[in-house]
Design a protein around this ligand. Structure first.
Ligand code: OGA
Ligand code: MN
Length: 245
């Protein structure tokens, strides 16, 4: 195993980013399942992004921010939760750190899983990542309290490659993506319980993303109450590992 490296979430709007730890060992996905399209009904462009403005970018966003509903079954969700819960329960939620990109969270990472969960995560990797992509070996387990939220940020390019895939457990939530230089270009993604989202390309680099707090959390005009939510996030290794050390 190679040394631990830091993952710095930058571009957090108000404050400095949150430092995270990952191990830089590399794994390979092993399947050749076809690329699955996301469900465009789970993406809502804000009216500030005028219909005739940057149409190519809008279309590209639908390709680069994919949400696949019901990616896992209830049984698969229970199985994943039962493996991460004992670890999470020993930790406290972090609140009120002035420099946090995230409020109301606890997190861990996991490399080895039981057989059933291994199968689920192998399917996730096969769907989300291109063949031959090199992934960070640990799955990031991020537990947000009901009052927790994630401020706008871009995952640091030094520590995370092109594709980020998140499996959403326990509660639905709204993720907001905003163009880094054009704040009118905004869209919301409904991350329903048990969905998988796959963020890459334009969505990953040109837009920041946030998980909305319950004060802000709306979907298509209706309030969406986020409860406790756990995301299992798989990330691609940065392109040049030597840059990250
Ligand atoms: C992150 C992040 C989103 C999520 O950890 O960088 O953006 O789905 N998480 O929890
Ligand atoms: Mn992120």
């Amino acid at each position: 195993m190679r040394p631990i490296l830091l993952n710095l979430l930058h571009n957090c709007k108000n404050k400095i980013g949150q430092i995270r730890f990952y191990c830089s060992e590399v794994v390979q996905p092993k399947s050749d399942i076809q690329r699955i399209a996301g469900d465009p009904r789970l993406i809502e462009f804000h009216s500030s992004w005028k219909p005739d403005e940057e149409d190519d970018l809008r279309r590209q966003m639908l390709k680069d921010m994919r949400v696949i509903p019901d990616f896992i079954s209830e049984a698969e969700e229970i199985s994943l939760l039962s493996e991460v819960e004992p670890q999470l329960k020993r930790m406290r939620y972090e609140f009120d750190h002035w420099d946090n990109a995230i409020e109301g969270y606890r997190e861990t990472e996991r490399k080895t899983w039981n057989e059933q969960n291994n199968v689920t995560l192998a399917r996730l990797r096969a769907v989300a990542f291109e063949n031959g992509a090199e992934l960070l070996p640990h799955t990031h387990v991020l537990d947000l309290a009901p009052a927790g939220y994630i401020k706008p940020h871009v995952d640091a390019v030094r520590f995370c490659g092109d594709t980020i895939a998140g499996l959403c457990l326990l509660s639905s939530a709204v993720m907001r993506l905003m163009h880094e230089n054009q704040p009118d270009f905004v869209l919301d993604a409904l991350l329903a319980r048990r969905c998988l989202y796959i963020m890459s390309g334009v969505a990953r680099y040109q837009f920041n993303h946030a998980v909305l707090s319950n004060e802000q959390s709306m979907w298509r005009g209706g309030k969406l109450l986020k409860k406790r939510r756990i995301a299992l996030i798989c990330r691609e290794h940065p392109k040049k590992p030597s840059d990250a050390l």
